[in-house]
Design a protein around this ligand. Structure first.
Ligand SMILES: Cc1ncc(C[n+]2csc(CCOP(=O)(O)OP(=O)(O)O)c2C)c(N)n1
Length: 630
């Protein structure tokens, strides 16, 4: 590996020299069909699971025969075939994913253990705390393996954490911690073997601390100058490979001849693998294929209501109804969120769910967004669907990384879909101030790999939520808190789906088009009632990603004028994208400049006067009149 790296034949490699016993011992002790979630130093996981060398080399060199078709580097890939779920660069998120995988095993009553790795540096991330805590509370059969090698990049342990050893942290989580000499493969093997045997039958997490040392730099370019030389000498004597070889010789289990045969065999395996990879052509960019893999392909088939029966429902009841129907339809659907079980959620969207579906499926979570969104991905990897309720859309910030880097990118990177719907009670107009009122759909709009829906009416709320749950891709589902109980409408009683990506014309008109969504639709309807002389066409986008370009273009071509209205702050809002699209594609049909209307570029204020000054409703009326008169 070192030679290849120096020759520029592999893109990046993080050496595990000195730490091999941990990867190899763990992978040998785990059953071959149990998931392992490794880190950047765990080459041994991949080789013990017998991934052909050429696949690994093609991955490292970004060739088509790798696991990511040249899209991601080194060990940043997963493979269901070998039950290895690779990392994203952010390190800690792996642990929440492991929780989800283990939860799926537990729900399926499979006696399986999951192993996840972190470095000692990675334990400083919030994800470590959240994930270990969730695993502890939910009794998940996960081994959290900490490779304590004394450094996180260049930062020594005493600048990284104050605890003496990590097993002490286990006490704080109410779980067991085991410490082993990570340079002794037999110790690692026996520890993982006995822990996994125990937790397969008696599910619970265990923290396994492996004491070790990194014999090379963080990565090859960064060197090791910051590490005192004597440490290399001391740990060099404990080299796990050399010591084990000597032990096997001493015990007469192998002799020099056998060792040399093994080494030749391995060398030839490596060389053959390299030859195949070197002969392989480079990836050829194909834009269509690149875009196709951003999402898992999914053929939407509209489900029509079986009967014509309808009931008047509030928005909130409709959302609740959709979730109930989905829970009945999909036995593998799990709902997770804070206070959603007996309490029914802060908005009562899951009232009565725990009684009907049980607390295994309607899961109260600890107060942690990142580990739970990660667990959603883990559930998806292991055969489940999930809905994750953010208590308020604002709190998604704490699960942001898992959404934009894990849920959104996994399918593009290595073909694993993330079958997760994140429910986002959003929006202002409820006097709740800057942290319970934000419109943050634009954060996700800019992240390839996510779908976004945002219904404005109870029937769409049901049809779109059911479509989102059917869709195997990650969907951000925005539901406006102010509309929960203020808007009612007839909703089909039966199961039905509404296609994601299709706008709805609320009112037809000829003078101008108002393109909007969410609360904006209701503001527009209300204001237009006061201006009956203006024939405006209201387009409710309903879906923001993908959004219905055809419907927008068709309307603008007819009316020649477009206002884009949203509740979100104006700068960097979705309206900018829509306005740009109209300008680029409908310019010759326009009789006026495209106008945008959004909230002030300030945080959302609390007091009603300030809040309605912040929101664009009043300014929209002015814009409407200006546009009509243009
Ligand atoms: C969230 C995040 N911050 C910073 C980095 C940059 N980084 C990569 S590895 C690393 C140190 C990791 O240390 P440790 O977890 O102890 O693992 P080791 O490299 O020692 O095996 C850092 C800071 C990152 N990858 N992710």
């Amino acid at each position: 590996m070192l030679v290849l790296l120096r020759q520029g034949k592999i893109a990046k490699w993080f050496s595990g020299i000195g730490q091999e016993a941990i990867s190899v011992g763990t992978a040998l002790a785990m059953q071959p069909d149990e998931y392992i979630l490794p880190m950047h130093r765990n080459l041994g996981i991949f080789t013990v699971r017998e991934i052909p060398m050429n696949h690994l080399f093609s991955q490292f060199q970004g060739k088509p025969g790798g696991f990511t078709k040249g899209r991601d580097r080194s060990f940043h890939f997963g493979t269901q075939q070998y039950k290895i779920i690779g990392m994203i660069s952010h390190l800690g998120p792996q642990m929440g994913v492991a929780d989800g995988i283990a939860l799926a095993h537990k729900l399926k009553k499979e006696k399986k253990c999951t192993a996840v790795f972190t470095g000692d540096g990675g334990t400083s991330e919030g994800d470590f705390h959240e994930s270990v805590n969730v695993a502890a509370v939910w009794d998940l059969p996960v081994i959290f393996i900490i490779e304590n090698n004394g450094y996180g990049l260049s930062t020594p342990s005493n600048e990284q954490f104050r605890c003496k050893q990590f097993i002490d942290k286990a006490i704080g989580y109410g779980i067991e911690g085991v410490q082993v000499d990570g340079n002794n493969i037999l110790e690692v093997y026996h520890a993982v073997n006995s822990i996994s045997n125990e937790i397969r039958n008696n599910p619970k997490p265990i923290l396994l601390e492996c004491m070790t040392f990194r014999m090379r730099g963080h990565e090859e370019a960064s060197g090791t100058k910051y590490i005192p030389q004597h440490l290399f000498e001391e740990w060099g004597k404990k080299d796990p490979v050399k010591n084990y070889e000597e032990y096997l010789l001493k015990e007469k289990i192998v002799d020099a001849g056998l060792i040399s045969i093994y080494k030749d065999e391995i060398k030839s395996e490596i060389e053959k693998g390299l030859e195949i990879t070197f002969a392989e052509h480079d990836v050829k960019p194909d834009t269509e294929a690149e875009m196709k893999d951003v999402y898992k392909s999914f053929h939407f088939i509209e489900a029509k209501p079986a009967t014509e029966k309808v009931s008047e429902k509030r928005m909130l009841d409709s959302i609740s109804d959709a979730m109930k129907m989905a829970l009945r339809k999909y036995p593998n659907l799990i709902v997770m969120g804070q206070d959603i079980a007996e309490y029914g959620g802060v908005f009562k969207a899951t009232q009565g769910f725990a009684e009907e579906f049980g607390k295994e499926r309607i899961r109260n979570t600890p107060l942690c967004e990142s580990a739970i969104v990660g667990a959603g991905l883990g559930l998806s990897i292991n055969g489940y669907k999930s809905i994750v309720e953010m208590q308020f859309a604002d709190f998604v910030t704490c699960g942001f990384n898992q959404i934009v880097n894990n849920l959104a990118k996994t399918h593009y990177r290595w073909g694993q879909h993330a079958d997760v719907v994140v429910r986002m009670p959003t929006g202002a107009g409820v006097g709740a101030g800057p942290f319970h009122s934000q419109s943050n759909e634009a954060w996700f709009f800019h992240t390839p790999g996510l779908k976004i829906v945002y219904p404005a009416f109870p029937d769409d709320a049901k049809g779109l939520l059911l479509a989102a749950i059917e869709d195997p891709n990650p969907v951000m589902y925005f539901e406006h808190k102010a509309l929960y109980r203020s808007i009612s409408g007839n909703v089909p009683d039966d199961y039905f789906t509404t296609e994601i990506g299709k706008a709805r014309t609320i009112v037809s008109g000829n003078d101008l088009s108002v393109i909007t969504y969410g609360y904006g639709v209701h503001w527009t309807m209300e204001i237009l009632k006061q201006h009956s002389g203006i024939s405006a066409e209201i387009i409710d986008l309903r879906s923001l990603m993908p959004w219905d370009k055809e419907a927008v273009a068709e309307s603008v071509k007819k009316t020649g004028k477009a206002i884009v209205l949203h509740e979100d702050t104006i700068t960097g809002g979705i309206g900018g994208e829509i306005a740009a699209f109209i300008s680029e594609n409908c310019f010759q049909f326009l009789d006026a400049p495209v106008m945008r209307c959004g909230s002030l570029d300030s945080p959302v204020p609390m007091s009603s006067e300030l809040e309605w000054n912040f929101l664009p409703k009043k300014r929209f009326e002015e814009t409407l009149l200006k546009m009509a008169a243009y």
